[in-house]
Design a protein around this ligand. Structure first.
Ligand code: UTP
Length: 225
């Protein structure tokens, strides 16, 4: 079975309003597709992470301590997704990529969050994809594609259907700070470039789009290869 890693943005899991129904629909899509693909899902922290990081910053916590708050938020979201998937999911949350690798091949969907301060869950997804030999990474995010600038702020921003790994790196630059967020994490982008694992950027709340991406069918989002 092909292995597919999904980097599921926190904003998709907890969009700011209470939406368990979406998670149930997402779970049923994952259930259908898990007959054809071995899925591994890395959950982001979203607003929960940012809220905790911002309050921690007011309390003068160090960057590492703020990252730890972020990691805890990603694991909280991972737990919620495990609950939505029930028996289909491995109910343990791996704390490292190595721990996740030990658990593949047992017929359960692996769900995790962050691992190490200084990273993001996009970076974890790329490292996980490399470690398990995944065929592709789906970045399920709150934007529908990669743009040359923020399309909400700049109406002339160019939308990309396809990019090379190098072009993605050039667009992203290389900044990490607790809670800082671009369309994909620069560390993750350098991993996918090194191991040549295709990356798809898609609107995570659009479940038809998610389904097409997991199946490797044409998408509305951006394919980086
Ligand atoms: P996210 O991966 O959710 O970061 O982790 P993000 O870039 O804000 O992603 P979106 O917007 O949800 O897609 C939240 C925070 O948790 C810490 C970082 O501070 C990150 O900004 N974190 C996460 C780590 O330090 N290490 C990890 O492995 C994961």
């Amino acid at each position: 079975m092909e292995r597919v890693v999904i980097s599921l943005g926190g904003s998709i899991i907890i969009p700011g309003k209470q939406d368990g129904e979406f998670l149930m629909h997402f779970a049923s899509l994952v259930k259908d597709l898990s007959r054809e693909f071995e899925l591994l899902i890395v959950c982001g922290g979203g607003k929960t992470a940012r809220t905790y990081i911002n309050v921690g910053r007011e309390l003068n916590a160090s960057e590492e301590q703020l990252d730890e708050l972020g990691i805890s938020s990603t694991r909280l979201n991972a737990r919620l997704l495990q609950l939505a998937l029930g028996d289909l999911a491995d109910q343990y949350i791996p704390h490292t990529v190595a721990e996740a690798v030990e658990r593949v091949g047992r017929g359960k969907i692996i769900i995790m969050g962050g691992t190490t301060p200084g990273h993001t869950t996009d970076g974890v997804s790329a490292a996980l994809a490399e470690a398990v030999g995944a065929s592709r990474i789906i970045n399920a995010t709150s934007v529908d594609a990669v743009y040359s600038a923020d399309p909400n702020k700049n109406k002339t921003a160019e939308r990309y259907d396809k990019l090379s790994f190098q072009q993605l790196e050039d667009i992203l630059g290389s900044k990490h700070g607790a809670g800082v967020s671009g369309v994909f994490d620069p560390m993750g982008a350098s991993i996918v470039k090194r191991c040549q694992i295709p990356l798809m950027i898609v609107a995570g709340r659009d479940l038809e789009e998610m389904s097409r991406a997991i199946r490797n069918l044409p998408i509305k989002g951006t394919v980086i290869s």
